[in-house]
Ligand binder design. Sequence first.
Ligand SMILES: C[S@@+](CC[C@H](N)C(=O)[O-])C[C@H]1O[C@@H](n2cnc3c(N)ncnc32)[C@H](O)[C@@H]1O
Length: 360
Amino acid sequence: MSLTAEAPALDMAGAEAFAENVGGVLNSGAVAVMLSIGHRLGLFDVLAALPPSTSAAIAERAELSERYVREWLAVMVMGGIVTYNPAAKTYDLPAEHAACLTREAPLGNLAVYAQAIALIGQMQERLLACFETGEGLAYGDYPCFHQFMAEDSGQTVVPQLFDVVLPLVEGIAERMEIGIDVLDAGCGRGLALIEMAKRFPNSRFTGYDLCADAIEFANETARKAGLANVRFEQRDLTGYGEKSRFDFITTFDAVHDQKDPQALIGGLRGALKPGGVYLMQDIGGSAKLENNHDFPMAGFLYAISCAHCTTVSLGQGGLGLGTMWGWETAKGMLEAAGFRSVERLVLPHDPMNVWFVARV
Ligand SMILES: C[S@@+](CC[C@H](N)C(=O)[O-])C[C@H]1O[C@@H](n2cnc3c(N)ncnc32)[C@H](O)[C@@H]1O
């Protein structure tokens, strides 16, 4: 009788099928990084504007090196994104594909999010050290983060701001018409606040953000737009404690990666005047891993969390709740902060996010 347990026989067919899946993951990951490069260089916009064209014509229109463009096009053809006519040696981006890959994309530009995958790759060496030490990183360690975020909210929040987002808060547009004080906390480059300031000249708008470069960009944009009713201030919201200053407070995807989200929500509650409203947009996944299998782009979101959101919170000495902290956690924190009512909403155009309307 043998005392050592025998290893179960390897299911070779299952192992080979799994290896094929991993091959698919590697292929998709490589194509995704090239989507990011195509987006940054404006190549999808060029392709969408041209009829089927040679690599030379595409490179000329994009003012780029033909050799690199041709190799990039090969990736796009293998990835099923661009079609290739070998007889004419021409490449084409079908309109149905351009519909989610260009700056004018009617379905929203998914190539924007490919930049996050490229960014994770860029951060690999720093992240390896974080895994070993348990320490975090600062926002400033991530190149182009605020540009990426502004492109993200520029298509998920700003275009829907007046028709979909603000109507979530009954009566708020009317109050902003008359004139109220509005804060956007963790405003980044401040695009949403600038649009509100343009639309409601009788109201006063304030944006706070930790990062000087984002605030500089926001102030410059407001100056160029000739707006006198909006101001942006670099401010660390850790321990935020202004009292009864604002009628309406928004956060767009800016709570989960804070040092102490509960303390921030409590601070925002205290900064609202009587009758004030807080509108929070954040990532809408569940706090339970097992509930997120069908959540849109859950693997992508956990990857962003591991590489950025958890990391920057830990970098501030914070809790590191992560991108997928869960709508349950957010709701519980809003209730614990003492809001009179907390309403949870999901918008059809934006299934990745959850919206809360919390009233004082
Ligand atoms: C995911 S970004 C969202 C930015 C912006 N609301 C948008 O939608 O584009 C989170 C923002 O929170 C800011 N932030 C993080 N920790 C902060 C802190 N302690 N104080 C102030 N802002 C902070 C970051 O600088 C960043 O701009």
